[in-house]
Design a protein around this ligand. Sequence first.
Ligand SMILES: Cc1cc2nc3c(=O)[nH]c(=O)nc-3n(C[C@H](O)[C@H](O)[C@H](O)COP(=O)(O)OP(=O)(O)OC[C@H]3O[C@@H](n4cnc5c(N)ncnc54)[C@H](O)[C@@H]3O)c2cc1C
Length: 335
Amino acid sequence: MNGQTNVDVAIVGAGISGLMAAGVLVAGGRRVTLFDKGRSVGGRLATRRLGAGRADHGAQFFTVRDPEFGAWVERWQETGMVYTWAHGWSDGSLAATPPDGHPRYAVRGGMNQLAKELAAQVAAQGAEIITGVRVTAVAPQGAGWLLTGDDGRSFTAGAVIMTAPVPQTLALLDAGATPLTPDDRAGLERIRYAPALCGLYVVEGEVHLPAPGAVQRPDADFAWFADNRRKGISPDATVITVHAGGDWSAAHYDAPDAKLSAAFERALRPWLAADAWIAEEQIKRWRYAAPTVLHPDRFLRIEAHAPLLIGGDAFGAPRVEGAALSGLAMGHALG
Ligand SMILES: Cc1cc2nc3c(=O)[nH]c(=O)nc-3n(C[C@H](O)[C@H](O)[C@H](O)COP(=O)(O)OP(=O)(O)OC[C@H]3O[C@@H](n4cnc5c(N)ncnc54)[C@H](O)[C@@H]3O)c2cc1C
């Protein structure tokens, strides 16, 4: 059919939101195709290799507030994939973190492993996962939707789930001339994200971050320092993740890497032994790191001739759990 592949449900984005939606749909017997522009799945569940080490450079941990997500996390803990990393974070003023009772969960081998595992599970149940392809437009076509990929391929789908950061989702809909009601458009255009700048440092020598190896200062220019070796994901090298806060990241987003790295290193230096040195470094920019103005619902179903659901972490709660719950809700809505 004109070189177009027909799928039942197309999911744009194979981050936690898209993967959780896919899990519900394949369990219900739907035929699902996931698209991600990244080389691999995971989106902001991102882990990178540096030298002999490894570092989480997007989400650092996750928390549980909702029992539905809690049940998933329990299962992931039972299989050993997820573990409790800490029960709170020091602001740096104490040598160890006083526990606040709430578990912060991490993933064995790095946060990206959770996405890889979920992707393997849905693929085993028949989902197709297409990585390295950017969807460039989502347009109404016949009784469903037409998705165009930047590799020249196109796909028709009976239903679409969109999980990219909302400004990117809006751009795809506009590129396909998909009409939106003024209310739907206004609800989507209201959503805002803060950026995050991230520095990764392979350190030779001692690092003195308070136990269990991290400092969190939500209102500071440099909001997060974490030792990936003590986290347990980088046994062969000490790699430190540093995140700048939203305001600092917005103000310095376009600064050259060298300038950013110098600022990150100055912030990191007090946690390093006098003779410790940095063997390797990388800067990573997240334009849409954390939603700051959210949609009140777990997803938006646009008024159209065929189902098109928009979700992700800007729908409900601005974190891994919110993204997962949004995905689950979209899966149930179509399942
Ligand atoms: C630096 C940083 C630190 C964070 N720390 C934490 C934390 O400690 N705890 C916590 O709970 N949360 C944290 N978060 C937030 C958490 O990572 C996100 O809430 C969650 O991972 C979002 O999942 P998602 O599936 O909604 O979106 P994403 O993970 O962004 O997935 C969307 C996917 O869509 C793909 N995509 C976009 N456009 C297209 C296109 N046109 N075609 C094909 N694919 C496309 C992207 O490649 C991406 O993989 C952090 C985020 C960042 C960036």
